[in-house]
Each structure stands twice: as C-alpha cells, then as structure tokens.
Design a binder for this molecule. Structure first.
Ligand code: PGA
Length: 250
C-alpha cells in the first residue's frame, strides 16, 4: 500500500483577508517537513491571496465547489478551469452542506467531478449518511448509492479522493468509533473496486470527516482504510489542524 495520508482543511464560509492569510501561513510553517499531504480549501474570495501566502511551501490549495461547465451564463458560479487558473490543485465536491443548502444531486456532483478531472483537478468527493439513515441501518446502502451517482467513470487514484462524512458527525462533536468509520471506508473501497476495477483505484485515498480533532485523530487515522481527514472546525485554528497533521504522521 502506498497511500500517503492527506489532511485537508475545509474552511467553509469562514475567513477574511487578514486572518485567512495569517492562518494559511501558520499552517504552512508548522507543517514543514510533515510526512502527509496537506490541503487548504478556503472560501473562493481567499484563493488568490492564499495562493500567494503558500508560495514556496508544500501545502496544496483547493476550492469548495465548481460548476460542471467550462464557462457561460452561470451567475455566481466558478468553473474548474478557473480554479486551475488561479492555482488550485483540488476541489471539494458534493459536501453535504452543498447538497442540503443548494439541492445538489448525485448526478450534478458526478458532472462536477468529471469537469474537475478534465481540468486536471483532484476531485474530493463527499458522501455520508444522515442520522435517520444510520438509525434505520441503511448506512452502507446509502453510501453505495451516493458513490454510484456521484463518482464518474473517469475516477482514478490520481484524480479522485473520497471523503466519508457522516452528516450527523459534522460540526456536532460526535463521531462514529474509529472501527465503525473504518468499516464504512472498507465498504467504500470494496464498492468502488467492484465498479471501477482494482487497477485504476488501487491507491485511492478515503478521508474521514466529521468532528475530527487532535484528540480523536490518532485513533481514526490509525485505521487501515482511513487515509486522512477532511477537517472543518478544527481547520480554523492552526494549532488544532497541526495537531491532526501530527497524528497523521505518527
Ligand atoms: P467538522 O466539519 O470538522 O467541523 O465536523 C467537517 C466537514 O464538514 O468537512
């Protein structure tokens, strides 16, 4: 197995020019020499200044969404090409907050991911069950359906990362046990191998997201099928984010 862990910060709709660039610089400085890959996904308004702040560091820059068209009459949207143009290497797609706030469907997420692949971006595709789905025992079937609908056939280990984010764990301080999360990750890996074949996605990274903190990161990241984290709240403090980075390499 040659899966380098990826620790990704999803800043969501947080950060202004001054504090955002300060945070990005602090992360880059503290993460120097880290043995994992590190990604920061600030709001779109901060992509350009943070690209500049990260110059000369190994920290990657990503966006939180893109449109599936390359250009055109789509007021307020940003294309994958535009993200590449400004220096992004990654884009988060299908986050549960976008699915909830903007009614994004699996099919739209798949179109966006295919557009990201065409533009040369790494697509970080999010899936996850709600609490009601979990309570009904439907976690694995919900995840399978989301993978079938949201992951395009163009997905490989080179252009795609999956993030398993149980909706009930996002921003709540609650998490599945590390073993429970790992079971879902193993299911995701097996399901995608069944569909896409073992070769193209042999080194596919599957991140866990949802209330990951320095205190629970060690256990979660020690699981064989958990290859990193997608971090929300704890990505907004350099110390917390770097604590998780440290757990990924220990
Ligand atoms: P959280 O968010 O770490 O604040 O739970 C994770 C995410 O939504 O990506």
């Amino acid at each position: 197995m040659s899966r380098t862990p990826l620790i990704a910060g999803n800043w969501k709709m947080n950060g202004l020019l001054s504090d955002g660039t300060t945070l990005a610089k602090a992360v880059a400085l503290g993460a120097k020499g880290a043995a994992c890959d590190i990604l920061i996904c600030p709001p779109a308004t901060l992509l350009a200044p943070i690209k500049e702040a990260l110059a000369g560091t190994t920290v990657h820059l990503g966006a939180q969404d893109c449109h599936w068209q390359a250009s055109g009459a789509h007021t307020g949207d940003i294309s994958a090409q535009m993200l590449v143009d400004i220096g992004c290497s990654h884009v988060i797609l299908g986050h549960s907050e976008r699915r909830a706030d903007h009614g994004e469907t699996d099919n739209q997420v798949a179109l966006k991911a295919a557009a990201a692949h065409n533009a040369g971006l790494m697509a970080l595709i999010c899936v996850g069950e709600t609490e009601a789905q979990r309570d009904a025992g439907d976690t694995m079937s919900v995840i399978s359906a989301q993978l079938d609908g949201s992951v395009p056939d163009s997905a490989t280990s080179e252009n795609t990362v999956i993030a398993y984010e149980p909706v009930w764990a996002i921003g709540t301080g609650r998490t599945p046990t590390a073993q429970e999360a790992n079971q879902v990750h193993a299911h995701i890996r097996a399901h995608l191998r069944g569909r896409l074949g073992t070769e193209g996605i042999a080194d596919l990274r599957i991140l866990y997201g949802g209330s990951m903190k320095p205190g629970n990161a060690v256990d979660l990241l020690a699981q064989p099928d958990i290859d990193g984290g997608l971090i929300g709240g704890a990505a907004l403090k350099a110390e917390d984010f770097l604590g998780i980075v440290a757990a990924a390499v220990s």
